[in-house]
Design a protein around this ligand. Structure first.
Ligand code: C2E
Ligand code: CA
Ligand code: CA
Length: 620
């Protein structure tokens, strides 16, 4: 199990070995001089210095983050040779000095030999291939030396030396096992026994260093289980854990030995492919692996008597040698995976230029949106709402963003970004405030409307200060008599969240006089039960239904749908607005079934404030 920590640890032992060799080595020269064996001592020391220079070079060139796995392998080989050399030299000095009894040099030799073995067994314990031969290289001459003396005490020393050798082995082996265990735990996921994120990133980094050299390709597959949380929440973490184990088992079965599989956390798994020569093959292999996985992971799981079914979303990113950042490719796979989720899950996408462009533009929107409010780039447009007699009775506020670099950005593009970044809270408040002020001003100027609608986003609606903020704004900008002209438009997705909470918030705002409308009705979770529960006042038939009303095509289904919605609204005593009315035919059809309010390009597009006032005056 060789990873970054392993190599880094060994690398750090090089300078230690150099210090331990160069300085005591000097003492040996001195001693050699005193005992007239200076030639041997100098030759020996020269070798030590040469080996140290070699070691220093190895120490310097090591840089795990930029080396490919082949390079690290080669470096590791050289490092082993370096350590063998250094310790052979220490064994050599023992052999040279062991027979020099003048000035008790042989004692020093014995001491050094034992010291060197202890050093080897501790410093080199992460690598069996290093410490095992080295302990033998050092201890065998010592054992032979004691034995060759041939006295009774020397036989005792021989025995001691043998026991000592065994102790060194025992100690080094124990640390080795401990290190391996710790290393395994640090690089593996406890639950699934797959590699963990840390290990995977290191692996990928090395893979990319290698791709730089070979100019080959590989792929990343990011696998995320769909709705895993539901299983965890409903059946408990125990079942969830067993499912994850089974999933990792199936992933392993579908991959080959040269695939690197890891669990990134939660229900997210990642696979790195082998090195592949052509981009086409790489794409094909990635897609075929992804499809196999999707199929295999979809098969029923039987866990604790539960029959579970779970699909997966897979994002693929093709890795080449152009960029050097491992995280970058994981992010790409992540974006592709989210694309799958957004398109309904249970599938696979490859990250491509179009996705990348979309992400770019999103980021650009995100960056510039931060300054939009302060730079007064946000304005409101108003789309007239008319009654059956085509008299203007209200308006819907629609936000507009005009930016120097991006031009006119559609709310369809920036509202979702504002939601995700949280800017929607501030932006939403600004929209509400402006709408309130505008309504108040219009009233003063004699522009009489019976309602003004404002779109409210989900995140804005559930923000803990929402009720408080709206109350404050209403008190500041609208007299009580005008507050009941305000309509907040909510979408059906809000209802899917937490209906109790929704009812509570609506209830609080109703006390201010604010009315509520269900926007885009019919596209989401439309159900009779929520219509009955929610204290709303208005329904807006989604424009996709209205647009199917067409004089040339007799679309009975959508006619039936619209009639049903209108009838239902009447039963629940709700006002009904048809949006997206584009033709006189649609208007005629809707009047026939007693729709209350009409809005759409047939009457007017959303207008700037000045244009709206003009439209109002013309309409009177
Ligand atoms: P929406 O609430 O469904 O708004 C109606 C959209 O339909 C508007 O697009 C409007 O210009 C467009 N529209 C109106 N009449 C017609 C028609 O006859 N035919 C067609 N094809 N389209 C018509 P817009 O202004 O681009 O707004 C798009 C969406 O952005 C809105 O959909 C709403 O969900 C969101 N949005 C707009 N303003 C705000 C806002 O102030 N706050 C929040 N949270 N969302 C907003
Ligand atoms: Ca709306
Ligand atoms: Ca709508």
């Amino acid at each position: 199990m060789k990873d970054k920590r392993f190599y880094t640890f060994l690398n750090k032992q090089i300078p230690v070995m150099m210090v331990l060799s160069l300085f005591p080595g000097l003492a040996y020269i001195l001693l050699g001089w005193l005992n007239d064996i200076h030639v041997r001592a100098i030759i020996w020391y020269t070798l030590i210095v040469a080996a140290s220079i070699w070691g220093y070079r190895l120490y310097k060139i090591f840089d795990f983050d930029t080396m490919s796995s082949q390079q690290t392998e080669k470096w590791n080989q050289q490092l082993s040779y370096f350590f063998y050399t250094i310790f052979v030299l220490w064994a050599l000095i023992f052999i040279l000095y062991a027979n020099e009894t003048t000035n008790n040099l042989h004692y020093i030799a014995i001491f050094t030999e034992i010291g060197a073995s202890v050093v080897a067994s501790t410093l080199l314990s992460p690598d069996k291939k290093l410490y095992q031969p080295i302990i033998l290289i050092l201890m065998i001459p010592l054992i032979f030396y004691f034995f060759s003396i041939g006295e009774w005490y020397s036989y005792v020393l021989t025995l001691f030396a043998c026991i000592f050798t065994w102790v060194l082995f025992y100690a080094a082996n124990s640390s080795y096992d401990l290190l391996m265990k710790a290393n395994y735990q640090a690089s593996h996921d406890v639950l699934t026994k797959l590699n963990n994120r840390y290990h995977f990133i290191n692996y990928l980094q090395q893979m990319m260093n290698s791709l730089q050299a070979t100019k080959k390709f590989t792929y990343l597959l990011l696998i995320d289980l769909d709705h895993f949380k539901t299983i965890n929440d409903s059946l408990g973490h125990d079942v969830g854990d067993k499912l994850l184990k089974e999933v990792s088992h199936r992933i392993r079965q579908n991959t080959r030995v040269n695939n690197m599989v890891a669990r990134l956390g939660g229900d997210e798994f990642i696979i790195c492919g082998p090195e592949i020569s052509s981009l086409e093959t790489c794409r094909d292999e990635a897609m075929s692996l992804a499809r196999n996985l999707i199929e295999s992971l979809k098969q029923t799981y039987i866990i604790d008597q539960h029959h579970l079914y779970i699909s997966s979303s897979i994002g693929v990113s093709l890795v080449d040698s152009t960029t050097h950042n491992a995280n970058n490719f994981i992010k790409e796979a992540d974006i592709a995976m989210y694309e799958v989720k957004a398109k309904g899950r249970d599938g696979v996408y490859i990250f491509d230029d179009e996705m990348s462009a979309r992400v770019e533009s999103r980021l650009e929107i995100e960056r510039l949106l931060h300054f939009a409010l302060n730079k007064n780039e946000i304005t409101l447009h108003f789309q007239p709402q008319l009654n059956e007699q085509k008299r203007i009775i209200g308006a819907e506020t629609l936000v507009r963003w005009n930016n120097d670099t991006l031009g006119l950005v559609s709310p369809v593009d920036f509202i979702p970004v504002a939601e995700q970044t949280g800017i929607i809270v501030e932006l939403g408040n600004y929209i509400i405030e402006t709408a309130f002020k505008t309504l108040h001003k219009w009233e003063n100027d004699g522009i009489e409307l019976s309602q003004l609608s404002i779109n409210i986003s989900m995140r804005q609606f559930f923000h803990y200060r929402f009720v408080e903020d709206v109350t404050e704004l209403a008190k500041r900008h609208l007299p009580e008599t005008q507050r009941n002209k305000i309509v907040f438009e909510l979408t059906e997705t809000i209802v899917a969240e937490d209906i109790e909470k929704v009812i509570e918030i609506i209830g609080q705002l109703k006390q201010l006089g604010i009315h509520f409308s269900m926007d885009d009705f019919g596209t989401g979770y439309s159900s009779l039960s929520y219509l009955r529960q929610l204290p709303i006042d208005e329904l807006k038939i989604d424009r996709s239904f209205v647009s199917t009303l067409n004089s040339s095509i007799n679309n009975e289904d959508s006619q039936a749908m619209i009639i049903t919605i209108l009838t239902m609204a009447k039963i629940f005593n709700l006002r009904i607005v048809a949006e997206g009315v584009e033709t006189e035919y649609q208007f005629d059809f809707l009047t026939q079934y007693k729709c209350d309010i009409y809005q759409g390009f047939h009457f007017s597009k959303p207008l700037s404030e000045d244009d709206f006032i003009q439209y109002y005056l013309d309409n009177q």
